[in-house]
Design a binder for this molecule. Structure first.
Ligand SMILES: Nc1ncnc2c1ncn2[C@@H]1O[C@H](COP(=O)(O)OP(=O)(O)OP(=O)(O)O)[C@@H](O)[C@H]1O
Ligand SMILES: [Mg+2]
Length: 276
């Protein structure tokens, strides 16, 4: 990218850090249209309408809760069942490992990549950036550089395959560069705003710091248009996995906690059972 472009956009991003109360500008809404996740049980909870197109939905869960599996299925279903190609941005696992994880659930990402229905971005190098990055005569801080690079990589890949779905997994690798909650919140706003004009429906995968039902809410839950949690709870019969659509603006969705399992084909949610 030309230095001028970095200069202009870097300045905008730095300036925007001081303005933390704004909300990201999303595409102008006319009548809402929806996309189906295609994941067993999930669309039932969304009353068969699905996720409103263009939304950013956060998937929050503890370690090993199945967040990546859910995200892989979301893109796989988009590519094979709904003619909606997808871009997967991986920030912790390399591309080979991610494809192996997908294949574990019989999701052949390598084949979909060849058919240009899936594009995987390895954004792990962002973690290893030095504190400052020199671009031509300009020096940009690591945080602004990684935000701009991430947005650019996503835009390029979305355009190349005509993607309609995006996954960023896990967002924490990106946000943890920021020291405080205000900066983290603003960085997520910037990322949401940076990809908003692509019109894609996105999943941002993030950590859930507390799993109890009366837990404190995380900042992501206030800024997202949709939030899904994947938790573990202790019941007399043992530990069970619980899936809840906490929020989906503009959708009359189910709000109850439902059990889910991770099986050989991936995540399966049971909409007719409730786990309290
Ligand atoms: N074939 C399978 N059948 C049943 N469960 C499986 C299978 N393969 C993986 N799992 C379960 O899925 C979990 C991993 O799921 P996944 O990687 O999607 O979780 P995650 O929430 O993304 O984890 P992390 O926090 O480490 O990123 C494993 O810990 C295991 O419990
Ligand atoms: Mg994961």
């Amino acid at each position: 990218m030309p230095v001028k472009a970095y200069e202009k956009r870097g300045a905008r991003l730095i300036f925007s850090r001081s303005n933390v109360s704004r909300v990201p500008s999303m595409p102008e809404k006319t009548a809402m249209s929806y996309i189906q996740t295609g994941i067993k049980g999930v669309d039932d909870l969304l009353k068969q309408k699905g996720i409103p197109k263009g939304y950013v939905v956060f998937i929050l869960g503890g370690p090993g809760s199945g967040k990546t599996t859910f995200a892989l299925q979301f893109l796989h279903q988009g590519a094979v069942s709904f003619n909606e190609p997808g871009v997967y941005v991986t920030l912790d696992e390399g591309i080979t490992q991610l494809k192996a994880n997908a294949l574990n659930f019989k999701l052949d990402f390598a084949a979909l990549e060849k058919q240009r229905k899936i594009s995987i971005i390895d954004a792990c190098p962002i973690r290893r950036l030095p504190g400052e990055v020199k671009v031509g005569s300009l020096t940009i801080g690591k945080r602004d550089f990684s935000l701009i690079s991430l947005i650019d990589m996503i835009k390029k890949n979305v355009k190349e395959i005509g993607a309609k779905r995006i996954v960023v997994d896990p967002l924490a690798i990106f946000t943890l560069q920021y020291p405080g909650e205000v900066e983290r919140r603003t960085a997520v706003f910037d990322l949401m705003e940076g990809i908003a004009d692509l019109g894609c429906t996105s999943l941002f995968v993030s950590e859930l710091s507390e799993a109890s039902i009366d837990r404190r809410y995380q900042f992501e839950e206030f800024i997202a248009q949709g939030v899904i949690t994947m938790r573990k709870i202790v019941k007399p019969e043992g530990l069970i996995r619980v899936f809840t659509i906490e929020k989906m603006r503009g959708v009359d969705h189910d709000t109850q906690p439902h059990p889910y399992k991770i099986i050989d084909q991936g995540i399966e949610v049971y909409p007719n059972e409730i786990s309290l």
